[in-house]
Design a protein. Structure first.
Length: 61
């Protein structure tokens, strides 16, 4: 399993896309494959946690 948040800050500066609020929204096409895979796994986990929280009645923004 890839660990997205264990990468150096330089990876995030160079390979991540952010929205106008500064939220992480994706990785760039030229990012290394392992970084892309780690991001995909991270997003899958986040979606799972959000679904669980919403099922228990928590409001997630």
């Amino acid at each position: 399993m890839y660990k997205f948040w264990e990468y150096d800050f330089d990876f995030f500066e160079k390979y991540c896309n952010y929205n106008e609020d500064g939220d992480l929204i994706g990785v760039k096409d030229d990012a290394p494959n392992d970084f892309k895979k780690a991001f995909e796994e991270y997003m899958e986990e986040e979606k799972k946690y959000q679904a669980e929280a919403e099922a228990e009645g928590y409001l997630i923004s």
